[in-house]
Ligand binder design. Structure first.
Ligand code: SF4
Ligand code: FES
Length: 382
């Protein structure tokens, strides 16, 4: 593994656009592509309400405009109303990223009164049986539809988030119809990103090239036909790419995340990277973490980049791709993202596609729920 020396402190970076607040890793669902780390934080490690309130004030002072309240399932926290209120009082635009299965009418109304601005609801499929199986939660899809209707009635803007893969991609037209039926203003069609749980389930999730091409054509046609009615964001899969995506808009450039236990991270998956001492909001301010921590400065800019990226015309467009993917696939967070055709390791992606062809559809789910209020988990059926 290449060892990259820590960069000297740089001039203060521009303000981050948004804070991802991961309030908890607890969740009633068990999606096999969950972006949470495979080592989940325990309840006792979670930040308390007052600390989150301070973090929101610090984020606003740093220049953040919005906060994404996420998890796990953020509404699993008993103090979610106080947390929304604190974020709103800090002047942040509040977006709740939720599975929707724990929020009845009374709770939603309380969140609206606390200042909630926007809801992003995940769906696992358009077909209820398949959606419940993928999420590992029986009856979950029906609950999501009820929740979406409540959001609509409450007058909140709604984004539907559909993570797509081999086992649901053929129903993309129905997912688009579902977004329209539910009154969503935006649909995110996001191909699975393969780190953490998703990497463990890669063979069961990777789409075929034919599926990808059909999905891309579906999105392009829907964007034309639904202009003015539905905005469709489309995150394409790296495994068929020639160039990587600018993950998080570049390391430490636009986003920061705070984990349930208070670690300040350049992206939600960064805890998987070894050799980092991520700052903690219990010990340092968000500004100190953003501007001066070694962890945020290590892959900022272009000076750290390896050979194919140095001098490349795309260096300040994709910022060398995704550090977490480079580590997950190559064991080296400082390597060029293998999604790039110029990477000497680009072939690992086509090898993975080959291995997934003909693989079974069974999942390794994230840990079963412990909280009996959340109902019983579904057994894997296949
Ligand atoms: Fe991006 Fe590096 Fe590939 Fe150039 S060589 S396209 S900067 S990943
Ligand atoms: Fe961490 Fe891409 S997910 S840098």
């Amino acid at each position: 593994m290449t060892t990259i020396p820590a960069r000297a402190k740089t001039a203060a970076p521009a303000a981050p656009l948004a804070l991802l607040a991961e309030l908890t890793h607890r969740c009633p669902l068990r999606c096999p592509y969950c972006s949470n780390p495979t080592e989940l934080a325990r309840v006792a490690q979670e930040l308390d309400t007052a600390t989150w309130a301070r973090v929101f004030q610090e984020a606003a002072a740093l220049g953040c405009l919005q906060v994404h309240l996420s998890g796990g399932e953020p509404t699993a926290r008993r103090d979610i109303r106080e947390i929304v209120r604190a974020a709103s009082e800090a002047g942040l635009y509040t977006n709740l990223i939720t599975s929707g299965v724990l929020t009845g009418e009374t709770k939603l109304q309380a969140l609206v009164e606390a200042g909630l601005d926007h809801v992003q609801l995940s769906v696992q499929d358009a077909e209820p049986g398949s959606a419940d199986r993928i999420g590992g939660y029986r009856g979950g899809h029906a609950r999501k539809l009820e929740f979406a209707n409540r959001v609509h009635e409450a007058g909140l803007p709604l984004t539907l988030n559909a993570v797509v893969h081999r086992q649901n991609l053929d129903r993309l037209p129905q997912l688009i119809d579902l977004a329209l039926e539910l009154g969503a203003g935006r649909l995110e069609v996001a191909h699975v990103q393969y780190y953490g749980w998703a990497l463990a389930n890669r063979d069961a999730l990777l789409p075929t090239r034919d599926q990808l091409e059909a999905a891309t054509a579906t999105v392009e046609a829907a964007r034309r036909d639904l202009r003015g009615r539905l905005v469709i964001d489309y995150v394409v899969p790296d495994y068929y790419a020639k160039r990587p995506k600018a993950c998080m808009g570049g390391w430490g450039r636009q986003f920061l995340a705070v984990s349930p236990a208070g670690r300040v991270l350049p992206c939600h998956a960064a805890e998987s990277l070894p050799g980092f001492d991520f700052p903690n909001v219990r010990e340092v301010s968000l500004r100190e973490a953003w501007e001066h921590s070694e962890a945020f400065n290590r892959f900022r800019g272009t000076a750290w980049m390896p050979a194919p990226c140095q001098g490349c015309e795309r260096a300040e467009l994709d910022w060398g791709g995704c550090r977490c993917q480079a580590f997950a696939l190559l064991g080296d967070a400082a390597a060029t993202d293998p999604a790039c055709v110029l990477s000497p390791h680009h072939a690992v992606l086509s090898l993975a596609v080959g291995a997934a062809a003909g693989a079974g559809e069974g999942f390794t789910y994230r840990e079963p729920r412990k909280d009996p209020r959340h109902g019983g988990p579904m057994a894997e059926a296949s």
